[in-house]
Write a protein that binds this ligand. Structure first.
Ligand code: PMP
Length: 443
Protein backbone atom coordinates (compact mmCIF):
# COMPACT_ATOMS: atom_id res chain seq x y z
CA UNK A 1 0.00 0.00 0.00
CA UNK A 2 1.35 3.41 -0.94
CA UNK A 3 1.87 5.78 2.00
CA UNK A 4 3.05 8.85 0.14
CA UNK A 5 2.95 11.90 2.38
CA UNK A 6 2.70 15.62 1.80
CA UNK A 7 5.72 17.30 0.20
CA UNK A 8 7.52 20.05 2.11
CA UNK A 9 6.25 23.54 1.29
CA UNK A 10 9.33 24.73 -0.55
CA UNK A 11 9.33 21.98 -3.15
CA UNK A 12 6.72 21.81 -5.91
CA UNK A 13 4.35 18.89 -5.57
CA UNK A 14 4.80 16.40 -8.39
CA UNK A 15 2.19 16.65 -11.11
CA UNK A 16 3.35 13.70 -13.16
CA UNK A 17 5.42 10.68 -12.30
CA UNK A 18 7.95 10.72 -9.53
CA UNK A 19 10.74 10.47 -12.10
CA UNK A 20 9.57 13.54 -14.01
CA UNK A 21 9.96 15.59 -10.89
CA UNK A 22 13.07 14.00 -9.51
CA UNK A 23 15.48 16.58 -10.91
CA UNK A 24 13.96 19.00 -8.40
CA UNK A 25 15.74 17.12 -5.69
CA UNK A 26 19.28 16.56 -4.53
CA UNK A 27 21.02 14.30 -2.06
CA UNK A 28 20.26 16.69 0.77
CA UNK A 29 16.52 16.06 0.39
CA UNK A 30 17.10 12.44 1.33
CA UNK A 31 19.21 13.00 4.42
CA UNK A 32 17.53 12.03 7.67
CA UNK A 33 14.56 10.48 5.91
CA UNK A 34 14.06 13.39 3.55
CA UNK A 35 10.79 13.85 1.86
CA UNK A 36 8.52 11.34 3.45
CA UNK A 37 8.24 9.00 0.48
CA UNK A 38 8.74 6.26 2.91
CA UNK A 39 7.95 3.28 0.78
CA UNK A 40 11.20 1.69 -0.34
CA UNK A 41 10.09 1.82 -3.94
CA UNK A 42 9.03 5.46 -3.72
CA UNK A 43 12.21 6.81 -2.23
CA UNK A 44 14.62 4.68 -4.23
CA UNK A 45 12.89 5.51 -7.51
CA UNK A 46 12.99 9.17 -6.66
CA UNK A 47 16.63 8.94 -5.68
CA UNK A 48 17.76 7.17 -8.86
CA UNK A 49 18.15 10.31 -11.03
CA UNK A 50 19.83 12.19 -8.18
CA UNK A 51 22.43 9.45 -8.04
CA UNK A 52 22.75 9.36 -11.82
CA UNK A 53 23.42 13.11 -11.91
CA UNK A 54 26.18 12.87 -9.32
CA UNK A 55 27.84 10.04 -11.26
CA UNK A 56 27.35 11.59 -14.71
CA UNK A 57 28.81 14.88 -13.46
CA UNK A 58 31.89 12.86 -12.42
CA UNK A 59 31.32 14.31 -8.96
CA UNK A 60 31.44 10.87 -7.40
CA UNK A 61 32.74 7.45 -8.42
CA UNK A 62 35.12 8.61 -11.12
CA UNK A 63 36.55 5.64 -12.89
CA UNK A 64 40.25 5.06 -12.38
CA UNK A 65 41.73 2.93 -15.14
CA UNK A 66 45.26 2.33 -13.87
CA UNK A 67 47.51 2.65 -10.82
CA UNK A 68 46.77 5.25 -8.17
CA UNK A 69 49.61 7.75 -8.05
CA UNK A 70 50.41 11.47 -8.18
CA UNK A 71 49.53 11.30 -11.87
CA UNK A 72 46.95 8.73 -12.86
CA UNK A 73 44.56 7.76 -15.66
CA UNK A 74 40.87 8.47 -15.05
CA UNK A 75 37.95 8.13 -17.48
CA UNK A 76 35.94 11.27 -18.23
CA UNK A 77 32.35 10.01 -18.32
CA UNK A 78 31.14 12.93 -20.38
CA UNK A 79 33.48 12.14 -23.27
CA UNK A 80 34.46 8.54 -22.57
CA UNK A 81 38.11 9.55 -22.92
CA UNK A 82 40.84 8.69 -20.45
CA UNK A 83 42.64 11.67 -18.93
CA UNK A 84 46.00 11.63 -17.23
CA UNK A 85 45.29 13.77 -14.19
CA UNK A 86 47.28 15.17 -11.29
CA UNK A 87 45.95 13.62 -8.13
CA UNK A 88 44.94 16.09 -5.44
CA UNK A 89 42.02 14.10 -4.17
CA UNK A 90 43.59 11.10 -2.51
CA UNK A 91 44.50 10.12 1.03
CA UNK A 92 47.49 8.31 -0.45
CA UNK A 93 49.53 11.23 0.91
CA UNK A 94 52.94 9.55 0.73
CA UNK A 95 52.37 7.90 -2.64
CA UNK A 96 52.68 4.35 -1.29
CA UNK A 97 49.78 2.95 -3.35
CA UNK A 98 52.08 2.11 -6.23
CA UNK A 99 55.43 1.98 -4.47
CA UNK A 100 57.29 -0.92 -6.14
CA UNK A 101 58.97 -2.28 -2.99
CA UNK A 102 55.58 -2.48 -1.26
CA UNK A 103 53.91 -4.14 -4.22
CA UNK A 104 56.69 -6.77 -4.15
CA UNK A 105 56.10 -7.48 -0.45
CA UNK A 106 52.38 -8.04 -1.05
CA UNK A 107 53.17 -10.46 -3.87
CA UNK A 108 55.58 -12.40 -1.63
CA UNK A 109 52.98 -12.51 1.16
CA UNK A 110 50.32 -13.73 -1.25
CA UNK A 111 52.62 -16.55 -2.37
CA UNK A 112 53.41 -17.54 1.20
CA UNK A 113 50.04 -17.03 2.94
CA UNK A 114 47.51 -17.01 0.10
CA UNK A 115 44.86 -14.36 -0.43
CA UNK A 116 42.89 -14.64 2.79
CA UNK A 117 42.36 -16.35 6.11
CA UNK A 118 38.81 -17.61 5.92
CA UNK A 119 37.75 -16.36 9.32
CA UNK A 120 38.09 -13.80 12.13
CA UNK A 121 41.29 -13.34 14.13
CA UNK A 122 39.99 -15.17 17.21
CA UNK A 123 39.41 -18.35 15.19
CA UNK A 124 41.64 -18.89 12.18
CA UNK A 125 42.53 -15.40 10.98
CA UNK A 126 45.67 -14.61 12.93
CA UNK A 127 48.88 -15.16 10.97
CA UNK A 128 52.45 -14.37 11.87
CA UNK A 129 52.02 -11.28 9.72
CA UNK A 130 49.03 -10.14 11.80
CA UNK A 131 51.05 -10.55 15.00
CA UNK A 132 54.03 -8.68 13.55
CA UNK A 133 51.80 -5.87 12.35
CA UNK A 134 50.11 -5.47 15.73
CA UNK A 135 53.49 -5.39 17.48
CA UNK A 136 54.87 -2.84 15.06
CA UNK A 137 51.79 -0.64 15.28
CA UNK A 138 51.98 -0.65 19.06
CA UNK A 139 55.63 0.44 18.90
CA UNK A 140 54.90 3.03 16.19
CA UNK A 141 52.17 4.57 18.37
CA UNK A 142 54.08 4.21 21.68
CA UNK A 143 51.43 1.95 23.19
CA UNK A 144 51.64 -1.44 24.89
CA UNK A 145 49.54 -3.30 22.33
CA UNK A 146 47.47 -2.89 19.19
CA UNK A 147 44.72 -4.79 17.38
CA UNK A 148 43.80 -4.73 13.73
CA UNK A 149 40.25 -4.29 12.39
CA UNK A 150 38.82 -4.83 8.92
CA UNK A 151 38.41 -1.06 8.46
CA UNK A 152 39.05 2.19 10.30
CA UNK A 153 35.29 2.57 10.47
CA UNK A 154 35.10 -0.75 12.31
CA UNK A 155 37.94 0.26 14.62
CA UNK A 156 35.98 3.30 15.82
CA UNK A 157 32.76 1.33 16.12
CA UNK A 158 34.68 -1.44 17.84
CA UNK A 159 36.55 0.41 20.57
CA UNK A 160 33.73 2.76 21.53
CA UNK A 161 30.93 0.19 21.70
CA UNK A 162 33.24 -2.43 23.19
CA UNK A 163 34.74 -0.31 25.94
CA UNK A 164 31.97 2.02 27.05
CA UNK A 165 29.06 0.69 29.08
CA UNK A 166 25.76 2.16 30.30
CA UNK A 167 27.26 4.17 33.14
CA UNK A 168 30.11 5.60 31.01
CA UNK A 169 30.31 8.89 29.14
CA UNK A 170 31.92 9.77 25.82
CA UNK A 171 32.72 13.45 25.28
CA UNK A 172 33.44 14.00 21.60
CA UNK A 173 34.24 16.77 19.15
CA UNK A 174 31.24 17.80 17.09
CA UNK A 175 33.16 17.36 13.82
CA UNK A 176 33.95 13.71 14.51
CA UNK A 177 33.85 11.16 11.72
CA UNK A 178 30.64 9.31 10.82
CA UNK A 179 32.05 6.11 12.33
CA UNK A 180 32.11 7.68 15.80
CA UNK A 181 28.59 9.03 15.33
CA UNK A 182 27.47 5.53 14.38
CA UNK A 183 29.22 4.07 17.42
CA UNK A 184 27.22 6.52 19.53
CA UNK A 185 23.98 5.37 17.90
CA UNK A 186 24.85 1.73 18.45
CA UNK A 187 26.38 2.07 21.89
CA UNK A 188 24.67 1.97 25.24
CA UNK A 189 26.70 4.76 26.79
CA UNK A 190 25.95 8.43 27.29
CA UNK A 191 27.54 10.79 24.74
CA UNK A 192 27.91 14.56 24.79
CA UNK A 193 29.61 16.66 22.17
CA UNK A 194 31.63 19.84 22.43
CA UNK A 195 31.98 22.54 19.79
CA UNK A 196 34.71 21.75 17.30
CA UNK A 197 38.18 22.37 18.77
CA UNK A 198 36.68 24.65 21.45
CA UNK A 199 38.68 24.07 24.61
CA UNK A 200 36.45 26.25 26.80
CA UNK A 201 33.42 24.31 25.71
CA UNK A 202 35.20 21.01 26.38
CA UNK A 203 36.06 22.25 29.88
CA UNK A 204 32.42 23.19 30.53
CA UNK A 205 31.28 19.81 29.25
CA UNK A 206 33.70 17.97 31.49
CA UNK A 207 32.61 20.05 34.48
CA UNK A 208 28.96 19.20 33.74
CA UNK A 209 29.73 15.52 33.29
CA UNK A 210 31.73 15.33 36.53
CA UNK A 211 29.02 17.29 38.37
CA UNK A 212 26.49 14.65 37.34
CA UNK A 213 28.71 11.56 37.54
CA UNK A 214 31.60 12.02 39.93
CA UNK A 215 33.02 8.53 39.53
CA UNK A 216 31.98 7.28 36.14
CA UNK A 217 34.40 6.45 33.30
CA UNK A 218 34.77 9.38 30.92
CA UNK A 219 36.57 9.22 27.57
CA UNK A 220 37.25 12.33 25.52
CA UNK A 221 37.56 11.54 21.83
CA UNK A 222 39.05 13.86 19.23
CA UNK A 223 40.62 13.56 15.81
CA UNK A 224 44.26 14.48 15.33
CA UNK A 225 43.59 16.09 11.95
CA UNK A 226 40.01 16.85 10.91
CA UNK A 227 39.29 15.53 7.47
CA UNK A 228 37.17 18.36 6.12
CA UNK A 229 39.35 21.37 6.95
CA UNK A 230 42.66 19.71 7.78
CA UNK A 231 42.82 21.53 11.11
CA UNK A 232 44.53 19.96 14.11
CA UNK A 233 43.17 19.27 17.61
CA UNK A 234 44.96 21.22 20.36
CA UNK A 235 46.10 18.00 21.99
CA UNK A 236 48.22 19.44 24.85
CA UNK A 237 45.29 21.47 26.22
CA UNK A 238 42.93 18.54 25.72
CA UNK A 239 45.32 16.22 27.58
CA UNK A 240 45.53 18.71 30.48
CA UNK A 241 41.74 18.85 30.74
CA UNK A 242 41.50 15.06 30.63
CA UNK A 243 43.97 14.84 33.53
CA UNK A 244 42.14 17.52 35.46
CA UNK A 245 38.77 15.77 35.09
CA UNK A 246 40.05 12.18 35.32
CA UNK A 247 39.09 11.32 31.74
CA UNK A 248 40.87 9.06 29.28
CA UNK A 249 41.90 10.53 25.93
CA UNK A 250 41.17 8.75 22.65
CA UNK A 251 42.37 10.06 19.32
CA UNK A 252 41.36 9.14 15.78
CA UNK A 253 44.57 9.90 13.91
CA UNK A 254 43.39 8.74 10.49
CA UNK A 255 44.69 11.86 8.73
CA UNK A 256 47.60 12.60 11.06
CA UNK A 257 49.41 9.27 10.84
CA UNK A 258 52.27 9.41 8.33
CA UNK A 259 51.53 13.09 7.74
CA UNK A 260 52.39 14.93 10.96
CA UNK A 261 55.61 14.66 12.90
CA UNK A 262 59.12 14.28 11.51
CA UNK A 263 58.92 10.52 11.31
CA UNK A 264 55.24 10.53 10.37
CA UNK A 265 54.22 9.31 13.82
CA UNK A 266 51.10 11.46 13.71
CA UNK A 267 49.51 14.20 15.78
CA UNK A 268 50.95 13.05 19.15
CA UNK A 269 54.47 13.17 17.65
CA UNK A 270 53.75 16.61 16.20
CA UNK A 271 53.04 17.87 19.74
CA UNK A 272 55.84 15.88 21.39
CA UNK A 273 53.17 13.80 23.15
CA UNK A 274 54.09 10.27 22.12
CA UNK A 275 52.99 7.81 24.78
CA UNK A 276 50.53 10.26 26.34
CA UNK A 277 47.36 9.11 24.58
CA UNK A 278 45.25 6.37 26.14
CA UNK A 279 43.56 5.06 22.99
CA UNK A 280 45.00 5.65 19.53
CA UNK A 281 42.90 4.73 16.53
CA UNK A 282 44.18 4.76 12.98
CA UNK A 283 43.40 3.51 9.53
CA UNK A 284 45.30 1.80 6.72
CA UNK A 285 43.14 3.55 4.12
CA UNK A 286 45.14 6.80 4.08
CA UNK A 287 48.95 6.72 3.97
CA UNK A 288 49.11 2.94 3.72
CA UNK A 289 46.73 3.13 0.74
CA UNK A 290 45.00 -0.20 1.45
CA UNK A 291 42.11 -0.94 3.83
CA UNK A 292 41.85 -1.79 7.50
CA UNK A 293 42.24 0.01 10.77
CA UNK A 294 43.69 -0.39 14.25
CA UNK A 295 43.34 0.53 17.86
CA UNK A 296 46.33 0.81 20.19
CA UNK A 297 46.45 1.24 23.94
CA UNK A 298 47.18 -0.60 27.16
CA UNK A 299 47.54 -4.36 26.71
CA UNK A 300 44.62 -5.16 29.02
CA UNK A 301 42.37 -2.75 27.14
CA UNK A 302 43.29 -4.32 23.82
CA UNK A 303 42.79 -7.87 25.06
CA UNK A 304 39.43 -6.89 26.59
CA UNK A 305 38.37 -5.49 23.21
CA UNK A 306 39.44 -8.63 21.38
CA UNK A 307 36.56 -10.47 23.03
CA UNK A 308 34.11 -7.67 23.69
CA UNK A 309 34.32 -5.66 20.49
CA UNK A 310 31.79 -7.12 18.10
CA UNK A 311 33.28 -5.72 14.85
CA UNK A 312 36.52 -7.48 15.81
CA UNK A 313 35.08 -10.72 17.05
CA UNK A 314 32.49 -11.27 14.35
CA UNK A 315 34.30 -10.08 11.24
CA UNK A 316 36.94 -11.79 9.11
CA UNK A 317 40.62 -10.84 9.36
CA UNK A 318 42.37 -8.61 6.90
CA UNK A 319 43.90 -10.65 4.08
CA UNK A 320 47.66 -11.33 4.43
CA UNK A 321 48.61 -9.30 1.31
CA UNK A 322 46.94 -6.26 2.88
CA UNK A 323 48.71 -6.86 6.19
CA UNK A 324 52.00 -7.22 4.31
CA UNK A 325 51.36 -3.92 2.52
CA UNK A 326 50.98 -2.11 5.86
CA UNK A 327 54.10 -3.79 7.28
CA UNK A 328 56.00 -2.75 4.17
CA UNK A 329 54.54 0.76 4.51
CA UNK A 330 55.83 0.99 8.08
CA UNK A 331 59.28 -0.16 6.90
CA UNK A 332 59.14 2.44 4.15
CA UNK A 333 58.34 5.17 6.68
CA UNK A 334 61.30 4.10 8.84
CA UNK A 335 63.74 3.97 5.95
CA UNK A 336 62.50 6.98 3.95
CA UNK A 337 61.97 9.88 6.35
CA UNK A 338 62.61 12.14 3.36
CA UNK A 339 59.20 11.15 1.95
CA UNK A 340 57.46 12.75 4.94
CA UNK A 341 59.66 15.86 4.56
CA UNK A 342 58.74 15.96 0.88
CA UNK A 343 55.06 15.98 1.86
CA UNK A 344 55.60 18.84 4.32
CA UNK A 345 57.55 20.80 1.69
CA UNK A 346 54.82 20.23 -0.90
CA UNK A 347 52.13 21.40 1.52
CA UNK A 348 54.13 24.56 2.30
CA UNK A 349 54.77 25.25 -1.35
CA UNK A 350 51.16 24.73 -2.44
CA UNK A 351 49.70 26.76 0.41
CA UNK A 352 52.10 29.65 -0.20
CA UNK A 353 51.31 29.54 -3.91
CA UNK A 354 47.55 29.46 -3.39
CA UNK A 355 47.81 32.36 -0.94
CA UNK A 356 49.95 34.32 -3.38
CA UNK A 357 47.25 34.14 -6.04
CA UNK A 358 44.62 35.26 -3.57
CA UNK A 359 43.06 32.18 -1.95
CA UNK A 360 42.57 32.52 1.76
CA UNK A 361 43.53 29.16 3.13
CA UNK A 362 44.80 28.31 6.55
CA UNK A 363 46.42 24.92 6.57
CA UNK A 364 47.98 22.78 9.25
CA UNK A 365 48.09 19.36 7.58
CA UNK A 366 47.97 17.85 4.06
CA UNK A 367 44.32 18.82 3.50
CA UNK A 368 43.69 22.21 1.93
CA UNK A 369 40.10 23.47 1.78
CA UNK A 370 39.18 26.11 -0.80
CA UNK A 371 35.74 27.59 -0.18
CA UNK A 372 33.31 27.68 -3.11
CA UNK A 373 30.36 29.71 -1.87
CA UNK A 374 26.81 29.03 -3.04
CA UNK A 375 25.31 29.61 -5.57
CA UNK A 376 28.46 28.65 -7.54
CA UNK A 377 27.89 25.18 -8.97
CA UNK A 378 30.52 23.05 -7.26
CA UNK A 379 29.93 20.14 -9.66
CA UNK A 380 30.85 22.36 -12.61
CA UNK A 381 33.95 23.62 -10.81
CA UNK A 382 35.16 20.11 -10.05
CA UNK A 383 34.54 19.03 -13.62
CA UNK A 384 36.31 22.04 -15.08
CA UNK A 385 39.36 21.29 -12.96
CA UNK A 386 39.15 17.68 -14.12
CA UNK A 387 39.07 18.85 -17.75
CA UNK A 388 42.17 20.88 -16.97
CA UNK A 389 43.83 17.70 -15.69
CA UNK A 390 43.39 18.10 -11.93
CA UNK A 391 41.52 15.58 -9.79
CA UNK A 392 40.13 17.19 -6.64
CA UNK A 393 37.10 16.38 -4.57
CA UNK A 394 34.18 18.66 -3.98
CA UNK A 395 32.63 18.56 -0.54
CA UNK A 396 29.05 19.67 -0.15
CA UNK A 397 26.10 19.18 2.13
CA UNK A 398 25.48 16.81 3.93
CA UNK A 399 29.23 16.25 4.43
CA UNK A 400 29.59 19.93 5.43
CA UNK A 401 27.05 22.67 6.26
CA UNK A 402 25.24 24.19 3.28
CA UNK A 403 27.14 27.48 3.51
CA UNK A 404 30.54 25.80 3.61
CA UNK A 405 30.87 23.97 0.30
CA UNK A 406 34.46 23.63 -0.75
CA UNK A 407 37.09 22.05 -2.95
CA UNK A 408 39.19 19.76 -0.83
CA UNK A 409 42.76 19.41 -2.04
CA UNK A 410 44.84 16.64 -0.55
CA UNK A 411 48.55 16.99 -1.11
CA UNK A 412 50.83 14.12 -2.09
CA UNK A 413 54.56 13.88 -1.42
CA UNK A 414 55.18 12.63 -4.95
CA UNK A 415 53.79 15.67 -6.76
CA UNK A 416 56.61 17.68 -8.35
CA UNK A 417 57.17 21.43 -8.11
CA UNK A 418 55.99 21.90 -11.68
CA UNK A 419 52.85 19.85 -10.89
CA UNK A 420 52.16 22.17 -7.98
CA UNK A 421 52.81 25.30 -10.07
CA UNK A 422 50.30 24.02 -12.59
CA UNK A 423 47.74 23.35 -9.84
CA UNK A 424 48.15 26.88 -8.40
CA UNK A 425 47.88 28.57 -11.79
CA UNK A 426 44.93 26.47 -12.96
CA UNK A 427 42.95 26.70 -9.74
CA UNK A 428 43.36 30.47 -9.83
CA UNK A 429 42.19 30.57 -13.46
CA UNK A 430 39.12 28.42 -12.70
CA UNK A 431 38.49 30.39 -9.50
CA UNK A 432 38.36 33.64 -11.44
CA UNK A 433 36.12 32.12 -14.13
CA UNK A 434 33.59 30.81 -11.61
CA UNK A 435 33.92 33.68 -9.15
CA UNK A 436 35.29 31.96 -6.06
CA UNK A 437 38.60 33.78 -6.41
CA UNK A 438 37.82 37.45 -6.18
CA UNK A 439 40.99 38.94 -4.76
CA UNK A 440 43.47 40.31 -7.29
CA UNK A 441 46.73 38.45 -7.49
CA UNK A 442 49.50 39.75 -5.26
CA UNK A 443 53.17 39.17 -5.84
N1 PMP B 1 38.15 8.29 10.85
C1 PMP B 1 38.41 9.31 10.03
C2 PMP B 1 38.74 10.65 10.60
C3 PMP B 1 38.36 9.13 8.64
O1 PMP B 1 38.60 10.16 7.83
C4 PMP B 1 38.05 7.86 8.14
C5 PMP B 1 38.01 7.60 6.64
N2 PMP B 1 37.32 8.54 5.92
C6 PMP B 1 37.77 6.83 9.02
C7 PMP B 1 37.84 7.07 10.38
C8 PMP B 1 37.41 5.45 8.53
O2 PMP B 1 38.51 4.82 8.01
P1 PMP B 1 38.41 3.64 6.94
O3 PMP B 1 38.45 4.26 5.58
O4 PMP B 1 39.61 2.81 7.21
O5 PMP B 1 37.15 2.89 7.20
Amino acid sequence: MSRRRQLPQDIDAPNGTIQENAENFSLQDFVGLGLGWDTIEGKTTLFAPVFANLVNDDFIMREVVGQTGARMPVRDRRTGQVRDVLMLGSNNYLGLANEPSIIERTIEATRKYGIGCGGPPLLNGYTTLHRELEEQLAAFKHCEAAMVFAAGFMANLGWATGLLGPSDVLVYDQQSHASLYDAIQLGRFEAVHFTHNDIDHLRRRLMQVRWKHAFTNVIVCVEGVYSMDGDIAPLPEIRRLCDQYAALLAIDDAHGTGVLGERGGGTPEHFGMDGQIDIVMGTFSKIFAVTGGFVAGKRDVINYLRLLSRPYMFSASLPPPTVAAVLAGLDFLRTHPERVRQLHDNVDYLVKGLRAVGFETDVQSAIIPIPVPAPIDLHQVIHRLFEEGIFVNGVEYPAVPRDRHRIRMSVMATLTRSDLDYVIETTAKVGRQFGFLKVAAVT
